[in-house]
Write a protein of this length. Structure first.
Length: 644
């Protein structure tokens, strides 16, 4: 392989990524804004930490239609996890627990999926065929996810080229993970079975920055429909990455587009460095065929060790196993990602599969850290028969867990002689990634015999096509020309309030006021914690408030307060009969005279500010009954008359 050295993240160029053959594709999961879940009639989008019951399950792999086991299922079975589901009776029914057959597929969700497919210029399927996709990590209580392809093909514009869409599917969302410690994993079930669409792109992105930019285009397209959920967790990206000589690696569930570039950079670096490690091992004569390793119990040698993690483990009844890797000296100290060594590849496998989650969970002879004493190291080396060019890896825990861990150390070390194992990786906060599970294969997909195919009529598709939204980039151009703050244009173009904004303009509302109502006010109410991040205000209700303003029933100062009322109570909370009537000019004059008579008795800190203070007192008395601009005009007229 080419002797290419990775530069720091900010210094990498497109030419650098071209040298290593970098390419990437996306799998974007987007929750749909439906009232009900996909295959039952439970409400969708009701999140809560409260639960009324817990259910315990253990997952076991089953044979596929071809008589094969999926690798991921076998890996998860090794973990021997207790899977706990926390059930809230308001959001979960017996369908989610696989105790009731599925209802027919939610037609509202299907129509949204077809609409997005049309925006991608994709080919919509004639029939929707429901399939089952195995999930043995416990994130779905049934052990499988119902999914169906809704469109194939398609493309989106990007810079001077097109990015092609492979397919789009509709499927059920999985549980939210609450905790995962040792052999116990806990899930919240509130988002389980909510409808989402999965968009799969071709691997046509050539740099980490391009991945983020393409993802943002796809995000804006689906949001422009106004029919998808927003907020934390509503959209999750799986980023597929490979380099020349490598294989497809999936970074799972990236929650933020901003995090993609650094994650992709580190994964490209990891794959490139793993290929270097393979070459180094092969030069030493260590290949998949010649690879040698052995496992020994070394608990007795270390029962008086000063290394705290092992000393405490043995005191608690644990055992210590030593894995000897022949001719692996120095390999675990090779860099893979930023500030990350190959040793973490092994530690991750031990943590995930053997469930030894307390770190550190391995110790190895090449480690430069203060760990075992040299005397202890020599005793172990002599006991297990390790040579100077061998590496010893220690794991500690129960007899069963250390047996699993030692075998995983050997599996991962042997994979190093081959190159890059096919894995699903977890996005970490520092921009690196860690092992999550073996990359699933096609064996986990099979037809669902509980549900018949759904015929999609041309009339149904024609009705959807008639109501397709304008592309967001066309809206941005149109909105940028309006007399309102320029920062409104981009969010408005993908906002579910976009159609209400356009209707407000047709009513004669100025772009500035309409833009404030639909863009600025929801943001202000979220910052004030009046409106939750995952909630929206009813757009029809906001438009009705603007209509009342246009008709002269309310003043501009009331707009935000009424929007807040709708956000908190709901769209039917406003009783227009209780709204105070607008003040006449005569009423303003009467209040002016009353306040003017009081002014001589008021001690002012700054007499030059007398008029400002007086106007403030008038507005306090006529709050919500007169527009500020009109009041200022009346006030100035009365001041001028007094001067005469």
């Amino acid at each position: 392989m080419e002797d290419f050295q990775f530069k720091p993240f900010d210094e990498m160029t497109p030419q650098d990524y071209a040298k290593i053959g970098f390419k990437s594709g996306l799998e974007i999961h987007q929750q749909l804004l439906t009232k009900e879940k996909l295959f039952c009639r439970c409400p969708a989008g009701h999140y809560s930490e409260d639960y009324h019951a817990e259910i315990l399950r253990h997952m076991r792999p089953t044979l596929s239609e071809l008589g094969e086991y999926d690798g991921t299922a076998l890996m998860e079975f090794k973990t021997h996890k207790d899977i706990i589901y926390r059930i809230n009776r308001e959001t979960v029914c017996t369908y989610e627990m696989d105790d009731t057959p599925p209802f027919h597929c939610n037609p509202e969700a299907l129509d949204i999926a077809f609409e997005v497919g049309m925006l991608y210029h994709a080919n919509i399927v004639d029939e929707v065929h429901i399939a089952r996709k195995q999930y043995l990590d416990g994130s779905i209580p049934t052990g499988f996810q119902r999914t169906a392809i809704t469109s194939v093909g398609g493309e989106i514009p990007y810079r001077d080229r097109k990015i092609h869409i492979i397919q789009m599917s509709i499927e059920e969302d999985a549980c939210r993970e609450a905790s995962d410690v040792g052999h116990r994993r806990v899930y919240m079930t509130d988002r389980l079975s909510m409808p989402l669409i999965e968009t799969v792109t071709a691997p046509e992105m050539k740099t980490p920055q391009e991945i983020a930019e393409v993802n943002d285009i796809l995000r804006r397209i689906v949001r422009s429909t106004g029919k998808v959920r927003t907020g934390a967790g509503a959209t999750r990206q799986d980023v597929n990455i490979s380099v020349t000589g490598g294989t497809r690696i999936e970074i799972k569930g990236v929650p933020s587009i901003k995090r993609i570039p650094l994650l992709a950079y580190n994964e490209a670096m990891r794959q490139w460095n793993l290929l270097k490690i393979k070459d180094l091992l092969n030069k030493r004569g260590v290949t998949a065929e010649t690879f040698q390793a052995k496992i020994d119990d070394v608990t007795k040698v270390l029962h008086k060790t000063s290394y705290t993690p092992i000393f405490n483990a043995i005191a608690a009844g644990a055992v210590v196993k030593c894995v000897t890797l022949r001719n692996f000296k120095g390999i675990l100290n090779h860099q893979t990602q930023t500030d990350t060594l190959f040793a973490r590849e092994i530690s991750d496998r031990v943590r995930v599969i053997a469930c030894l989650t307390t770190l550190p969970n391995i110790n190895y002879s090449d480690s430069g850290e203060l760990t075992l004493s040299s005397a202890e190291g020599q005793k172990i080396r002599k006991l297990v028969g390790a040579g100077e060019n061998d590496t010893m890896v220690l794991v500690w825990g129960s007899e069963v867990d250390t047996d699993t861990a030692a075998k995983e150390v050997i599996i991962r070390a042997k994979e190093a002689t081959i190159g890059i194992p096919s894995e699903t990786r977890q996005a970490l906060e520092n921009g690196t990634n860690g092992f999550e599970r073996i990359l699933p294969g096609p064996e986990r997909m099979y037809p669902d015999t509980d549900l018949p195919p759904i015929e999609i009529t041309s009339e149904r598709l024609a009705a959807i096509r008639k109501q397709l939204p304008e592309y967001y980039w066309e809206k941005e151009v149109r909105y940028a020309k309006l007399d309102m703050p320029k920062e409104y244009a981009k969010p408005l173009a993908i906002s579910k309030y976009s159609k209400y904004f356009d209707q407000a303009l047709e009513l004669g509302i100025t772009p500035k006021i309409a833009g404030a109502m639909f863009i600025q006010f929801p943001t202000r109410l979220r910052r004030a914690l009046v409106l939750a991040d995952d909630k929206d205000i009813n757009g029809e209700a906001l438009l009705n408030i603007l209509k009342a303003y246009k008709d002269g029933k309310i003043v501009r100062d009331m707009l935000l307060d009424l929007a807040a009322d709708v956000a908190v109570v709901g769209e039917d909370c406003i009783d227009w009969n209780e709204i105070p009537k607008l003040a006449t000019k005569q009423e303003f004059c009467d209040v002016y005279d009353k306040i003017n008579q009081k002014m001589p008795r008021i001690a002012l800190y700054n007499p030059l500010k007398r008029n400002d203070y007086m106007f403030g007192l008038i507005m306090d008395e006529l709050r919500y009954r007169i527009d500020g601009k009109i009041a200022k005009q009346y006030f100035n007229e009365l001041l001028a008359q007094g001067d005469k």
